[in-house]
Design a protein around this ligand. Sequence first.
Ligand code: SF4
Length: 424
Amino acid sequence: MTDLSALPPVGARTEIPILRERGQREVFCGLTGIVWLHRKMQDAFFLVVGSRTCAHLIQSAAGVMIFAEPRFGTAILTDRDLAGMADANDELDRICVTLLERRPDIRTLFLVGSCPSEVIKLDLAKAAERLNARLLPRVRVLNYSGSGIETTFTQGEDNALRAMVPLMAPTDEKQLLVVGCLADVVEDQFRRCFEALGIGPVHFFPPRRAADPPPVGRNTAVLAAQPFNGETIRALAARGATMLSAPYPFGAEGTTAWLAAAADEWEVPADRFAAVTAPMIDRARKALVRHRSHLAGKRVFFLPDSQLEIPLARFLHREMGMEPVEIGTPYLDRQMVAAELPLLPVTTTLSEGQHVDRQLDRLRAAAPDLTVCGLGLANPLEAEGLATKWSIELVFTPIHGYEQAGDLAEIFARPAERRARLRV
Ligand code: SF4
């Protein structure tokens, strides 16, 4: 286990005061999740039913693929479609059937709702039902909302996964289910780790093939790999699964505590746990030390964006010696961060939601060494002289687990290093 004596003491925050704000917010919508979900599930296609704005967002976030046929697209509703919703339904069915004829590799089609008013009037659940009657068993059609009115940034993943839960076969087998999209390389590392600890069988959700979701049942222990899949985990609990409470696997300490939650459930002997994890902890710590000198003692401010803010602030505070001035989160799901909250320093302000002008006032008054924020705010804040880090980079880069701990620290250390070089 991590030597906790070397880390800051656990904060005594049992009832955390939370600053709740409801105002204008600067957060991506849930469509963004398609960027990493389409890479993960190789047999799935994500069809956004939306406007040109949605198409533009998803194309610029995912990049335009020239050499590969993309597994996402946008069915753009125009004024003509508003003439009659029956026509719009026919048009949607026609687009889906044409797409699936052209792409026989697609086994699961996600219809993703967005927020223009004409899209909201379309019943995508009914459209999925209609198409399933035509297309099953070759292709299954699911639907979820990525609308900016209903979802923030990472909630799109939660909605997509929750839509898949009813497809999971029942099982009574004791098994571990890791929930949250991880890069394949990270998934393989964790799989080897669980194997060495004698924990299994282990399934990952989302799976690499959407058409083969893992089973679930009353002997399923769920370990969350991402803090934003609360609705999915509650849907799994309704199928009998139990959530293991643990911090998220960021940094050496977080990863050890995360693995320990599964090890406790499988009653892995302490000496076996220590023998398996010690070399990896050692490597991770050595990788972290390289960046600590750039980060220790520095003050960091998180604006709400990805839902990763709380676990990442905990990592930066406890393992890198940073002081989180304010941790903003789009929404606070207490069940999902129950093991994280007591690890935050008592001096931090925890804010939920956003009133962007007020938060920017607090940010300027605090003048932190590093601000973690969305793309839209980063450039203006840089122009004001604040060092920033794009939170989207933390979602797109593999940062979980021991082997990635150094890369994670480097993401935060880079702006500080760059500034230090510019000052020379
Ligand atoms: S879903 Fe809404 S917020 Fe997201 S890109 Fe489309 S119009 Fe914009």
